[in-house]
Structures are given as structure tokens and as C-alpha cells.
Design a protein around this ligand. Sequence first.
Ligand code: ADP
Length: 238
Amino acid sequence: MVLLLFGPPGSGKGTQSGRIADWLGIPAISTGDMLREEIQAGTPLGAAAKSIMAGGGLVGDDLVNRMLAQRVSAPDSAHGFLLDGYPRTVEQAEFLDGLLAERHLQTPIVLHLDVPMDALVGRLTSRRQCPKCKRIYNLLQMPPRVPGVCDDDGTPLITRKDDSEEVVTERIRTYDEVTRPVLAYYQDRKYHQIRGDRSPSYIFEEITGILEPLVSKNGASCCAKAKAKQSSDGFAAL
Ligand code: ADP
């Protein structure tokens, strides 16, 4: 199963992608996280991406496509994966189609987290992230149990450099102008729009409700955890 998680910056993609991937037993691949790791490691790709990301623009398609192709060729992605923040341009969407065809993977399922634009800036400027496990917190809605540290591993939380109000505004503009039109590319495929202005648990329930019937059609090697959960939840045997 290949899932694409779409939504503007601050729509909750990162929070949902971790939960969904864990539930399905497939890797969650965030191109934003990968690029931040490249910057941290000081690679040539990181050097090329750094100033673009700092300004809220998009890193070049060639660079991102190559990085993505390499990542999904890892053994953990053989039966499917979830993409968070990719594709962001029509060119990336076309590249992904070619990649999926090459690997004999199914048409992706698109989950679009839609959040009113006026809610996004506040969400992003109050966002904090664990640099180690990447878990996302929000000081207003989802604060950590102990202020400033990750519930899971005790690592001090950080504010992403591009979560300043000025850069956030530019990221939202880029999403609206360049990435939102990509949704039209997927409109006549397996496309699901989900209201993202509700609690993370409510949204996750809605997503699992959409995916459950599709999981049951999938091969045994994928989604083992989802199937186990379905059995323990009393769903029909698959
Ligand atoms: P958000 O969705 O909240 O903006 P991400 O972590 O997905 O955050 O992305 C952060 C930044 O990384 C983007 O603003 C962009 O500069 C870069 N980036 C991530 N994914 C892509 C992509 N698929 N294509 C181009 N640039 C990307």
C-alpha cells in the first residue's frame, strides 16, 4: 500500500503519518525530515537545500526526486510506504508514478488533510519537535507532559528554524501556489479529503476508517499490524 499525505504546513501531517505508518507497519517517509538530516550531516544535498528551506521555498525537483528514489529502494519499502510532504509539484507526482510503475506498486491512496488557512500560522509557531524521534508537540493543543522535553525519550524539544512567522507565511503561500494544484492531478484517483481542524485522535479514527476496507484487500506481507489490530478489535478475519 502506498499512501500520500497531503496538507498545508501545520495541517498535522507529521503527527498523523507516524500513527498511520505504525498502525500499518510501513515506513513513514518525510522528505522534509530527510532534507533536515542532510543539512545536519553537512552533505552537498543539505548545503543546496539549506537556504531554500530557510526561506520557505521548495528544494529543486531533481534533488528531491533522486533522494526519494533512493529512499524507497530500501528493503523496508518493498511492499509499500507512506509519503509525507511528497510529491509537492506536478513534476514530482509524474516522477512518482514512474517509480511506482517500475516497482509494480499500486496506485497511491491520497489522504488530504484540509485545514482553514487562518488556523495554520498559530499552529506552526507553537509547534515543537523532538530532534531524536521526530515526535511533534503543540504548546497549545498537544503539550509534552514535562515542559520542554519529549514524552518518549526525554530529549529537549526544539523549534524548527522555518517555524518563524515570516517563513511560515511563505511556506503557506508556496503550498497554495505550487502544491495545492497537485491535488488536481490525483482528483480522479483514490482521493480522500479529511477535515484537519479536529483533534488528532478523531482524525486518526477517520483515516483508519477509510483505510480498513483497503487494508483487507492487500497482500499478507503488508499491513500485518493493521490486520492484527483489526482481529483484536473484532473485525472479520481477513
Ligand atoms: P511543512 O509541510 O510543514 O512545510 P516539511 O518538513 O514537509 O514541512 O518541509 C519543510 C521544507 O522542506 C519545505 O518548506 C521545503 O523547503 C522542503 N521540502 C520538503 N519536501 C519537499 C519536496 N517534496 N519538494 C521540495 N521541497 C521540499
